[in-house]
Design a protein around this ligand. Structure first.
Ligand code: ANZ
Ligand code: ZN
Length: 851
């Protein structure tokens, strides 16, 4: 009676065993080489989705593979548990964010355990736990001491619906990234982290991150955005004032015909003459409503207003009108631009619109631009014209010459500018880490003394979604004496941006229970850096840049000893699926389509393109259902087999079923031969078919090892094991070769272990091994078994393939020729003909010419 493959039984058995044995617990061991494998931790939204299944399956292969190779592997998991959805759930359904979050964590932890991921659950952490955020508050106090955290008033993106400040990156096409409301500008006192102090180092070190994908590094470099140029002072005509501009094109200085200031520029109103004032004020008010990101986009309609004042170009004395312009931002450079319409496209459009002068100052080889007829700015190279003493100089050279001249005259200086801004970390939200500050009417902003940490987030609050943070209405939280003078004072009610929590969690995993500080230096020194980090490319800029910044800050605070946190980065692709829709019922879940029809009304369902799985389009698969139908091993196998990790994965049901069938085949081939292989060992010498099978076994070991190790070609690795299983099925002479068969079956199981660990452990035990797969380690290939002793030679008759013969690998031409002519099929095609010529291509081909 054949025992069927029962995924559910096998999986729960092995999950219980691993849990009982604490099989994946990691302990520091100076005598062993460590390997720290980390996947980006999830936000506890409630249920895991296929993106998680994929990300964590990829990670688990690496963790298990490295463990099998003998590394001391750290593979932790936790929860990025603060954030807006918890508050939104509270507003919509009346559940407390804490309760909602912890219940979600409990459910998702179960789901991850059901997938059989090899986490060290003893190191689990949740960022909403005071045991975690206490240390974040301490890091903040240290940063404050070092001047790396500071407070300033600034304009921020404000979502009127979410009642919160948004980072620039959280504004998409002028709308809130979560709710799509039109974003406004609002002036608020905010806490900032001085990431700009590290701009140069963050940029320089991108060149050392050889284990990161190039596109991610490029995005980081662009985000940091280093520009070399000059600051130049333009005196205001007839006033004791001057306007400082930042330019990267000082070579075009003689062509400046007007000035553009940001509407937020401190001199904006000052420069407005009495008769222009009203118009200027109206313009400033209007631009404030536009969000910053849109103000920098190319297709922005360029708008401005004349202030009535003029500046004087310091090199040629030209009087140039001063405008305010919507495309000039206050927080880049100096907030003021010398406009050169002939050589800058934005300035060109602006000048044409307002009828301003144009002067050509760069003339390319073989062209003579005329300001009157130019249709767009010339931004390429050329020689200077209309530029006084610099006429005729190549413009790259002129950048140097003019910079020097400005410095000599004392009206300008070389500077480096970064696009990167300081990181605003204040959020007007409840569900986050309280910022440990107390505002005293006498002492100002006073840090909470370290001994009083954590500043606990109170849970007895009312969350209505209106009127700002509930913390501001919580008297016991809010009203406290000043730590310095005892006067009644108020606590800060803002909480940290949740990107703060994810900027150092990877270090805390080294010592999650440590009670004497944020990080236990010995543990951190042992485990860090993360050897392999895996996550979505959507985190390419913010999370990864902030985590790099924090690493450098923690280093400078003496809390850890490295420059970069993640040695290698893998960004996995999305999980996609076809959409299905009904003309009447809109998007349909896959199970709502039966025989190509909408199950609600019977109309034919339309099948759309593969798109990222999303609840809104209903093109989703629920991991729970997948596990209950096929088991976790099938879910894992499909996620790994269907596409290479960096590529998008297209979901398809047949593919899942194919993986499931494959596991059945593996199950059957092992169980069917348990008795036969017994305790047989591999004979010293194998011949013929047995030798060919052994060769394939060892070839497969080599291929899987090379595909997995650092290359993540899981799909081709799995395909190779599938071929091996086919070869075992096709191996005729099993009874005579129990040892070879045993090796083939055991190797199959061992090679599958990182991908489908439950079935692999079960079969390994059935094959008579008590110790478990990890004790067995990763299989090694035998170089001798790889040597090919025979070759297959194709035989052609008059250019057409007519047969195949097998000869020894080093057979000479004559032996090969004889073998070809002796082949029965070939002989048939030669019947009645005369052989005219036989060409032998050694090791490959014999071509017989006959007529
Ligand atoms: C004169 C000029 C002439 C410029 C020319 C460009 C071309 P990157 O390379 O990105 O650093 N700029 C400076 N501050 C600005 C601000 N706050 N808002 C908008 N634009 C600003 O860009 C530097 C250039 O961006 C500067 O060089 C300045 O325009 C503009 F043919 O100055 B340029
Ligand atoms: Zn919003």
């Amino acid at each position: 009676m054949e025992e069927r493959y029962d995924a559910a039984a096998i999986e729960s058995k092995w999950q219980a065993t691993w849990e009982e044995q604490r099989a994946f617990q990691a302990t520091e061991d100076a005598g062993r080489q460590k390997y720290y494998l980390l996947e980006m931790f999830p936000y506890p939204s409630g249920r895991i989705h296929m993106g998680h299944v994929r990300n964590y399956s990829i990670g688990d292969v690496v963790a298990r593979f490295k463990r099998l190779q003998g590394f001391n592997v750290l593979h932790p998991m936790g929860w990025d548990a603060f954030g807006m959805p918890a508050e939104n759930a509270a507003i919509q359904h009346g559940t407390h964010p804490a309760r909602w979050t912890w219940e979600n964590i409990a459910h998702m932890r179960d789901q991850l355990k059901k997938m059989g991921f090899s986490y060290d659950w003893d190191r689990e952490l949740a960022t909403c736990d005071a045991a975690y955020y206490k240390w974040e508050q301490l890091i903040f106090l240290k940063m404050l001491e070092q001047g790396l955290a500071y407070r300033k008033s600034s304009f921020v993106n404000w979502c009127p619906t979410c009642q919160t400040v948004l980072a620039n990156e959280q504004v998409e096409n002028g709308g809130c990234w979560r709710c799509d409301s039109q974003v406004e500008q609002k002036e608020l006192d905010q806490w900032f982290f001085k990431i700009t102090d590290y701009a140069q180092e963050l940029l320089d070190d991108t060149w050392r991150l050889t284990g990161w994908p190039e596109p991610v590094l490029v995005m980081q470099r662009n985000w940091i955005g280093r520009s070399i140029g000059c600051e130049i002072d333009f005196p205001v005509a007839d006033r004791e004032l001057s306007v400082k501009v930042f330019t990267t094109r000082q070579d075009t200085l003689y062509g400046a015909t007007f000035m553009s200031l940001a509407p937020e520029h401190p001199l904006a109103l000052e420069l407005a003459t009495a008769e222009r004032r009203q118009e200027v004020e109206a313009f400033i008010a209007r631009v404030r409503q536009q969000d910053k990101l849109r103000r920098t986009s190319d297709d922005l309609v360029k708008e401005g207003v004349f202030t009535g004042s003029f500046c004087v170009n310091p090199v040629n004395g030209r009087r140039i009108p001063v405008f305010l312009a919507n495309f000039v931002l206050m927080d880049y450079g100096t907030g003021a631009v010398m406009a050169v319409p002939t050589h800058d496209q934005r300035d060109f459009e602006f000048a044409r619109k307002y009828g301003l002068d144009l002067v050509v100052v760069i003339q390319p080889e073989g062209e003579t631009f005329d300001a009157a007829t130019m249709t767009e700015a010339w931004t390429g190279p050329g020689r200077l014209v209309h530029s006084g003493p610099f006429d005729g100089v190549d413009n790259e050279q002129a950048k140097e010459d003019i910079a020097l001249y400005l410095e000599q005259q004392g009206v300008g200086r070389r500077t480096v500018n970064f696009r990167l801004r300081d990181w605003g970390v204040s959020r007007q939200r409840y569900w986050g880490t309280p910022i440990p500050i107390i505002y005293c009417p006498a002492c100002g902003a006073v840090p909470v003394p370290e001994a009083e940490l954590p500043v606990l987030l109170p849970e007895d609050v009312e969350i209505s979604g209106e009127g700002g943070s509930p913390l501001a209405r919580h008297a016991a939280f809010l009203n406290v004496p000043c730590p310095q003078c005892g006067t009644p004072a108020r606590r800060e009610t803002d909480t940290f941006d949740t990107f703060v929590e994810s900027s150092w969690y990877f270090a805390r995993y080294a010592c999650p229970q440590y009670g004497d500080g944020p990080l236990d230096r010995a543990a951190v020194d042992y485990w860090l850096p993360v050897d392999q980090y895996i996550g979505g490319v959507e985190h390419a800029v913010m999370h990864l840049l902030y985590a790099r910044f924090f690493t450098k800050v923690l280093r400078d605070l003496g809390m850890l000893g490295l420059d970069e946190p993640f040695s290698n980065l893998l960004t996995q692709g999305m999980v996609c699926m076809e959409t299905r829709s009904c003309p009447t019922h809109g998007w349909l879940f896959p199970e709502q389509v039966v025989d190509g029809q909408c199950s609600l009304c019977g109309q034919p369902a339309q099948v759309g393109r593969n798109e990222k799985m999303s609840k809104s389009k209903k093109n989703v698969v629920d991991p729970d259902q997948l596990i209950s139908r096929f088991g976790a091993d099938t879910a894992r196998l499909f996620s790994l087999f269907a596409a290479p990790p960096e590529k998008d994965l297209e979901w398809n049901e047949q593919g899942v079923e194919g993986c499931y069938r494959f596991l059945h085949r593996v199950w059957r081939v092992v169980l069917d031969h348990l008795e036969l292989v017994g305790a047989a060992t591999i004979p010293a010498r194998t011949e013929g078919e047995a030798r060919v099978l052994r060769r394939q076994v060892h070839r497969t070991i080599k291929k899987v090892t090379e595909d997995v190790d650092g290359r993540f070609h899981f799909n081709t690795a799995i395909a190779a094991v599938m071929e091996l299983v086919n070869a075992i099925y096709g191996f005729k002479d099993k009874p005579a070769n129990p040892g070879v068969l045993r090796e083939a079956l055991e190797t199959t199981v061992r090679l599958l272990a990182p991908f489908v660990p439950h079935i692999a452990e079960e079969l390994w035990a059935r094959l008579g091994h008590a110790g478990g797969l990890e004790a067995a380690g990763w299989p090694q290939w035998d170089a001798a078994a790889l040597v090919e002793e025979e070759k297959t030679i194709v035989v052609q008759v008059n250019g057409k393939v007519r047969g195949k013969v097998t000869v020894v690998a080093d057979a000479d031409d004559e032996v090969t020729r004889q073998a070809a002519l002796a082949d029965a099929n070939v002989a048939r095609f030669l019947e009645g003909k005369t052989v005219r010529k036989v060409v032998v291509v050694p090791g490959r081909l014999v071509n017989i010419v006959a007529s």
